[in-house]
Design a protein around this ligand. Structure first.
Ligand code: AMP
Ligand code: ZN
Length: 123
């Protein structure tokens, strides 16, 4: 079971540094335990990242105790989708895990992507 110490902010983590305001981002939501900001290299007209403030490396590191946090991450994604006007058409929420999953930043994040149609399965 991870301890709080395992999840404390890391100075070598890009998204921990964004969460602490040490690096700039285009903030969409700034909450106590999570934040959302625009992806720096958007792959769709709307492309927003939602992250926990805690340093959780990926979805593979979640436990059942993280249920409430996960609920807030997904509820925030849904609220942002409504606010950004992409909810009615539909959108995609993605969390890449590991090298073959396409993960490049080792801090859990949801990609909220919308504004165009997506194919299935992803490439
Ligand atoms: P992933 O490849 O699933 O780990 O997603 C990482 C995402 O972070 C990519 O879509 C990048 O474009 C995005 N990204 C990298 N650096 C930044 C940054 N400084 N600000 C915002 N988004 C970033
Ligand atoms: Zn981190």
């Amino acid at each position: 079971m991870p301890t709080d110490a395992d999840r404390s902010p890391r100075s070598d983590c890009l998204f921990c540094r964004i969460a602490r305001g040490e690096l700039p981002s285009q903030v969409v939501v700034d909450d106590e335990d999570l934040m959302a900001f625009h992806d720096i290299a958007p792959r769709s007209p709307t492309h927003i990242l939602i992250i926990p403030r805690a340093h959780i490396p990926s979805a593979a590191d979640l436990t059942e105790d993280d249920g409430p946090l996960l609920g807030r991450l997904f509820a925030t994604a849904a609220r942002i989708a409504r606010e950004q006007g992409i909810a009615d058409a539909g959108y995609r929420i993605v969390s890449n895990v590991g090298r073959w999953g396409g993960q490049t930043v080792d801090h859990l994040h949801l990609h909220l992507m919308g504004g165009r149609a997506f194919s299935w399965p992803p490439g």
